[in-house]
Design a binder for this molecule. Structure first.
Ligand code: PLP
Length: 256
């Protein structure tokens, strides 16, 4: 966005609900607005935009003739029977939407940096133009591997989701039992918590101390905001084997 000389106006998700404020979106969109950037399922909050929220965003995009760039890299990681709905599939949206996804999340190969942008050819051409000046090309052998993985059947996705749902519950229950406020994620492999009940109002200070104190790493969610003011919210992840999560919880229990 900044490469193209754009100015980013944040549309924040705030604790405790982390739902988008649609009135706020109406009020920040103006004549200079060109593009809406979305991320659902959302890192770090785990919020998954529901049908009504997507329809409201789509209505504004159509009324104001805006493009939408939507980051849906956690599209297959949506829990409790919810559905991830691509905004590009809503009426009137395909022609104005670029959807981004990644093999990194779906096939657990985050270091491979293989993803894709889908949409109408004219918009995807613009993405390719920028990519040319960023990393130019991705690792070709990895692309062949991902092409094979994309042929996976329904069973792969079901097993994948179940294995993450089990680990989400394990980490959420463990963190809650330690006294964190746990904001259970609807999607992604992250759990946002508040460390305030443990006496930490500044998540940054808490996370800086955590490796030495407990041998555990977490991310203060203030780093995800455009105006990083101190917040007590801290993000943990469960994209690790069960034994690692158990060990992490044990270390927190002993040393926090
Ligand atoms: C919301 C979101 N988009 C994009 C990415 C980048 O994905 P990849 O590492 O597969 O390029 C991440 C990775 O953490 C992410 O959380």
């Amino acid at each position: 966005m900044e490469l193209a000389g754009g100015r980013i106006v944040p549309w924040r998700l705030e604790a405790p609900a982390f739902r988008p404020d649609l009135d706020r979106l109406e009020s920040i969109v103006n004549d200079r607005t060109k593009v809406l950037l979305l991320n659902t399922p959302h890192n770090p909050t785990g919020t998954v935009l529901d049908r009504a929220e997507l329809e409201a965003v789509a209505r504004i995009a159509i009324e104001r003739d805006l493009l939408v760039v939507t980051d849906e890299v956690y599209e297959h990681l949506v829990f409790d029977g919810r559905l991830h709905e691509p905004i590009a599939a809503l009426p009137g949206m395909w022609d104005r939407t670029v959807s981004i996804s990644s093999a990194g999340k779906t096939f657990s190969v985050t270091g491979w940096k293989i993803g894709w942008a889908t949409g109408p050819a004219a918009l995807v051409d613009r993405v390719k133009g920028v990519k040319q000046y960023l990393s130019f090309a991705s690792g070709t052998p990895f692309q062949y591997g991902i092409a094979a993985a994309l042929a996976s059947g329904r069973e792969y996705y079901e097993d994948y989701l179940t294995s993450y749902a089990v680990r989400r519950d394990l980490l959420a229950e463990g963190l809650a039992s330690l006294g964190f406020t746990v904001y259970e994620p609807q999607g992604t492999y992250f759990i946002t918590t508040s460390a305030a009940p443990l006496g930490y109002e500044d998540g940054m200070a808490f996370c800086l101390a955590l490796p030495e104190k407990c041998g555990v790493v977490a991310v203060p969610t203030q780093v995800f905001y455009a105006d990083p003011e101190p917040r007590p919210e801290v993000r943990f992840t469960f994209c690790k084997p069960r034994a690692v999560l158990e060990e992490g919880l044990e270390r927190l229990r002993k040393n926090l």
